[in-house]
Write a protein that binds this ligand. Structure first.
Ligand code: PEP
Ligand code: MN
Length: 338
């Protein structure tokens, strides 16, 4: 339920309602809007409580939240959320750019990429240190050594670090180094992991599971928000369909859909979403045109010899061209790019 307070509400009235909501066994979440304060009463919806809460001091109205997700819903929070950390911002007219290799491989590889993408306008550096690979025989990532290289790249370039976390056991370790914790597509429904990253202070980049519906995706975000972490970005990275001309099918209609359903920023991953380098620039441009709040792209100086996902990585020149094209679209739309 949403408890909408009167415009001239007092602190005491807010505290009183927070206490009432708790007494009913619901979780209060106070949201200070530009015009009004609203209090989300999260838990199982109970219509019999609505009348009681509506009679509280300073209450203008009590409304049910119709969506199955509550904290993530636009019904609860009309203003869009901007996620911000270090050099990186996404949402509210800013399209953030996360670029870097699929996997952190060597110091030289990572530093070359970090310097290049920074000079071309990226605002965050991606790089997997813990890799969730389909085959146990594939490269699994450099683990802590990779995290250390990412931290070194941040130290030199100032770029925020985005890296994946694949297990609850690693939360503390990864949170020691990363600025944004990435939850990969394979883990979108790992609910214990979602709860664990809901308790850290860094923003989370939550990727859509390849077979997840939008409601399942938003409910996964809800797990993180429900633990207190309000900085969640939703990443559309393509879904599994009958099509074989792309690695996944990248639905850009997710951008307007999510913008209507939620206040959280929407990031597009045209690298995993297509699985082919030649498709990435056009889909990146299209994502900006569709209103994405950010892009995440795989970039490698030598894609042919990349240890993972080289077939969908842009080389430095291709990334530079893509940035120029995307910026033109962002400029035309009056949005900040990077
Ligand atoms: C990645 O970003 O390298 C990755 C593994 O992505 P996803 O979880 O979307 O497959
Ligand atoms: Mn990858």
């Amino acid at each position: 339920m949403i408890v909408v307070m009167e415009p001239e509400v007092t602190e005491e009235q807010i505290s009183h309602m927070v206490e009432r909501i708790r007494q009913f066994g619901l979780k209060p979440n106070v949201i200070q809007g530009a015009e009004r304060t609203v209090i989300a009463a999260v838990g199982k919806e109970r219509s019999d409580l609505m009348d009681s809460l509506a009679r509280g001091p300073g209450v203008a109205a009590v409304m049910p939240i119709l969506a199955p997700y509550k904290l993530a819903s636009r019904e609860l929070r009309q203003e869009s959320t901007q996620v911000q950390t270090q050099s990186f911002r996404a949402g509210c007219g800013v399209c953030g750019v996360i670029a870097g290799p699929c996997s952190v491989e060597t110091e030289e590889q990572l530093m070359t990429i970090a310097r290049a993408v920074k000079s071309m306008g990226a605002t965050a550096l991606r790089g997997g240190a813990f890799k969730p690979r389909t085959s146990p025989y594939s490269f699994q990532g450099l683990k802590e050594a990779g995290l250390k290289l990412l931290a070194e790249a941040r130290q030199e370039t100032g770029l925020a670090i985005v890296t994946e976390i694949i297990s609850t056991e690693d939360v503390e370790l990864v949170a020691k180094y990363a600025d944004v914790l990435q939850i990969g597509a394979r883990n979108m429904q790992n609910y214990r992991l979602l709860e664990a990253v809901g308790k850290v202070e860094q923003p989370v980049l939550l990727k859509r599971g390849p077979s997840a519906t939008m409601d399942e995706f938003l409910l996964a975000a809800e797990y993180i928000l429900n633990e207190g972490n309000a900085q969640v970005m939703l990443c559309e990275r393509g879904i599994r369909t009958f099509e074989a001309h792309t690695r996944f099918t990248l639905p850009l209609a997710s951008v307007p859909y999510l913008h209507r359903a939620t206040h959280l920023p929407v990031i597009i991953d045209p690298s995993h979403g297509t699985g082919h380098t030649y498709m990435v620039p056009d889909m990146a441009v299209a994502s900006v045109a569709a209103g994405a709040d950010g892009l995440i792209m795989e970039v490698h100086p030598d894609p042919e010899n990349a240890m993972s996902d080289g077939y969908q990585s842009l080389n430095l020149e291709e990334f530079s061209d893509t940035m120029l094209r995307c910026r033109k679209i962002a400029d035309a739309l009056g949005k900040q790019f990077g």
